[in-house]
Design a protein around this ligand. Structure first.
Ligand SMILES: [Zn+2]
Ligand SMILES: [Zn+2]
Length: 395
C-alpha cells in the first residue's frame, strides 16, 4: 500500500505556500479573477490542463485510463469582513477575509492534484477536480452543475470537504444521511388596497394580512412537522408603509427555512404558499411567495461514504476518525451535487492547540495549518480507494 503521508510531506511546502497566498488574496462570490488565475497557473505548472467552467469555476481531469470518475470539490471564495486573527500572514484587506477556510480547501485540492498527477499512469480511473466559486452566497455549485461539471467525463461519485475550527486538529468526521441543513430564503409579497387611514373600510390592509400570515405560519412547526424532525421557519424582515395615517398597497415579509430532511423541507415550502395565499384571500388580498435561495441538505450516500471512508481509515489513526452520522446546523451548496450523484462529505478538524475555540466566520478564527495534510490525505486516499474498487490494483 502506498504511503500517502510521505507523498504529502514531500509537497507540504507547496501546500503552505498556496494556502498563505490565497489567504492573503481573498476574493468574494463569483468575483474570483485572481484566485482563478492562480489556481490555473498552479495546475498548469504541475502538468494538468485546467479549464474554466461556468462563472469563475476551474476544473481539470487527471487519469488516462477508462474506469470510474470521481469528482472532488473545493470552494474558493471568502467572506466580506476584515480579518482580525493577528497571524503574521493575516490578510490586510478591509473587505474580504478567508474566515471559513476555503483558502485551505483550495490549497489542499491543489496538493492532492499534484499527488494524483504523480500517480496518474497507475490511477484506475479518473479524478475530476472542481474549484468552485460562490459557496458562501449559495449559488456557486448550482452554476457549476448547470454548466455541465457532472458530464464529460460523466461523474460516478463525488465528495467535498470542509475544514472545521471547532473539532480537534487532524481529526476526520463524516457520516451517512443528511449532514447539513437545507437553506431556503423566501419573500412573501402581500398585495392589498391602499388608502387613507381614517377610512380603513375602503381599503384592504396588507399589514393586517402580513401579521396574520406570520401567526398562521407558526403552526407549521408546532402542529404539522413531525416532532422528531428539526425544522426552523422564521422571519427576519417585515416592511410596509411609510406614514401612520396611510394604509399601504403592499407588505413584504422575508424569512428563512432550515431543515435536515428534504421531505420536511418540501412540506414546509408547500404550506408556506398555501397559508400565505389563503390567509391573504381570506381578507380580500393576495400573496405571492418567491425564493431567492433554494438549497437542499447535503445528503450523503451510504455506499460511497463507506467505500471512501474505509480507505481513509487505512491511512489514519482510528482514534482520530469519527464515522458516526453527523448532523450540523450549517448549510453547504455541495447539496447541488449530492442531489445528483452519490456523494460523501468529510469534515477536517483544525482547532488550534491554544486559544479560544471560535466558529467559522469569526474574524479572529485560526485554523491549524498542519491539519491541511489530513485534508489532502482524505482527498487522495478516498478517491484512489473508490476508483480501485473491484479491480486488482496495487496502487
Ligand atoms: Zn462559510
Ligand atoms: Zn465554508
Amino acid at each position: 500500500m502506498l504511503d500517502y503521508r510521505q507523498l504529502i510531506e514531500k509537497y507540504e511546502k507547496d501546500l503552505i505556500r498556496n494556502r498563505r497566498y490565497l489567504h492573503q488574496h481573498p476574493e468574494l462570490g463569483f468575483d474570483l479573477d485572481n484566485t482563478v488565475r492562480y489556481v490555473k497557473e498552479e495546475l498548469t505548472a504541475m502538468g494538468c490542463e485546467p479549464k474554466e467552467i461556468g462563472n469563475h469555476g476551474v476544473t481539470a481531469v487527471i487519469g488516462k485510463r477508462e474506469g470510474r470518475c470521481i469528482l472532488l470539490r473545493a470552494d474558493m471564495d471568502a467572506l466580506p469582513m476584515k480579518e482580525e486573527s493577528g497571524l503574521p500572514f493575516a490578510c490586510t484587506s478591509d473587505s474580504a477575509a478567508h474566515t471559513c477556510g476555503h483558502d485551505t480547501h483550495t490549497a489542499m485540492l491543489l496538493t492532492a492534484a499534484r499527488i494524483f498527477k504523480e500517480l496518474e499512469e497507475d490511477l484506475p480511473g479518473k479524478v475530476k477536480l472542481l474549484f468552485q466559486p460562490a459557496e458562501e452566497i449559495g449559488y456557486g455549485c448550482r452554476d457549476m452543475v448547470e454548466n455541465g461539471i457532472l458530464e464529460n467525463p460523466r461523474v460516478d461519485a463525488a465528495y467535498g470537504e470542509h475544514i472545521m475550527s471547532c473539532f480537534p486538529k487532524e481529526t476526520v468526521l463524516y457520516g451517512t444521511g443528511s449532514m447539513s441543513t437545507g437553506a431556503d430564503l423566501f419573500t412573501i409579497t402581500v398585495h392589498g388596497k391602499g388608502g387613507h387611514g381614517s377610512v380603513p373600510h375602503t381599503t384592504i390592509d396588507p399589514i393586517n394580512i402580513a401579521c396574520h400570515i406570520v401567526l398562521n405560519l407558526q403552526t407549521v412547526n408546532s402542529r404539522e412537522v413531525d416532532a422528531k424532525e428539526m425544522a426552523v421557519l422564521d422571519f427576519g424582515s417585515i416592511n410596509a408603509g411609510s406614514a401612520g395615517n396611510a394604509i399601504p398597497e403592499t407588505a413584504v415579509l422575508k424569512g428563512n427555512i432550515r431543515t435536515f430532511n428534504n421531505d420536511v423541507r418540501k412540506q414546509i415550502k408547500k404550506r408556506i404558499s398555501e397559508i400565505a395565499e389563503q390567509t391573504a384571500a381570506m381578507f380580500g388580498g393576495s400573496a405571492r411567495v418567491e425564493y431567492s435561495l433554494e438549497m437542499a441538505a447535503v445528503n450523503t450516500d451510504a455506499r460511497v461514504t463507506e467505500l471512501t471512508g474505509n480507505e481513509i481509515k487505512k491511512h489514519m489513526d482510528l482514534e482520530k476518525v469519527n464515522d458516526h452520522t453527523l448532523k450540523l446546523p450549517f448549510s453547504e451548496d455541495f447539496s447541488y451535487i449530492s442531489e445528483r450523484v452519490p456523494s460523501a462529505f468529510f469534515l477536517i478538524g483544525a482547532c488550534p492547540e491554544k486559544g479560544e475555540v471560535l466558529t467559522q466566520h469569526n474574524p479572529r478564527i485560526i485554523f491549524d495549518e498542519e491539519s491541511m495534510k489530513t485534508g489532502v490525505l482524505v482527498y487522495v486516499a478516498g478517491a484512489v480507494g473508490y476508483l480501485k474498487q473491484g479491480k486488482e490494483e496495487t496502487i
